[in-house]
Design a binder for this molecule. Structure first.
Ligand SMILES: CC(C)(COP(=O)(O)OP(=O)(O)OC[C@H]1O[C@@H](n2cnc3c(N)ncnc32)[C@H](O)[C@@H]1OP(=O)(O)O)[C@@H](O)C(=O)NCCC(=O)NCCS
Length: 207
């Protein structure tokens, strides 16, 4: 049996998100390795061991292992691991994780894009698609995002989507060789009753 809202393919113009496939391994690895300097300073890693080189941590073999774990977790309803494409080329990812049901109906979201497509609204559009899906077919009430105060681009994305800042998490994730404070944001289903993407598109067109 599959989990609510999974698998799913969502698209708006050139931007799409969909489940990763085995044959995405080479493209995923290439884009991750090419973007080492762009991504590594924002991504967490376990603090207790010396990390393998970035290229080793982002090889097609690592993708294959990740895919196995993601498929298991997605089937169990705990994860929605979206791969992001621009004009059908692998260009990033959005991971809805920590899906918790019951009185909470909540999850958190993580995301990255290829520097080559950054700054033209790709992540804001892709996240709007995913958020509408989370509040619709997946049935969540809250989606959280945690961002380092230094990450201006990510803060701007959340602002454009209507997230509310809820607090500061001290020394929250081990990133770039230190425990880093994060700002906690959330969007609730009732924050965008007519849809996150619709509000975004109407805002862009001045409607
Ligand atoms: C955060 C990230 C996903 C944004 O993706 P994107 O597709 O470029 O996002 P968008 O184009 O939709 O929006 C980016 C916005 O930030 C703005 N921006 C870019 N760099 C900025 C900075 N240093 N400070 C403030 N704003 C910045 C852009 O101008 C744009 O705003 P605008 O539409 O008002 O002009 C991308 O920068 C990224 O992958 N970064 C590395 C990984 C990462 O930080 N992941 C998130 C961890 S919380």
């Amino acid at each position: 049996m599959s989990a609510p809202g999974w698998p799913a393919r969502l698209a708006h113009e050139e931007v799409a998100v969909r489940p990763p496939r085995s044959r995405d391994g080479a493209a995923w690895s290439q884009v991750r390795v090419r973007n080492a300097a762009w991504l590594e300073r924002w991504e967490g890693r376990p603090p207790r061991s010396e990390p393998a080189p970035w290229a080793n941590r982002n090889s097609p073999a690592v993708f294959a292992t990740l895919l196995r774990v993601q498929r298991r977790e997605a089937k169990a309803g705990r994860l929605l691991p979206f791969l992001l494409t621009v004009e059908d080329r692998v260009a990033g990812a959005i991971t809805v994780g920590g899906v918790t049901r019951g009185a909470f109906d909540s999850a958190h979201v993580g995301y990255w894009v290829d520097e080559g497509v950054a700054g033209r609204g790709v992540m804001t559009t892709a996240l709007a698609l995913v958020l509408d899906h989370c509040f619709g077919p997946v049935g969540l009430h809250r989606v959280e995002a945690n961002v380092r105060p230094e990450n201006g681009a990510s803060l701007r994305v959340l602002s454009k989507l209507g997230f509310t800042a809820e607090g500061r998490h001290r020394r929250y994730l081990f990133i770039d060789e230190q425990w880093r404070d994060h700002l906690g944001f959330a969007l609730l289903a009732e924050d965008a009753p007519d849809g996150v993407l619709r509000r975004l598109v109407e805002g862009r067109s001045g409607a």
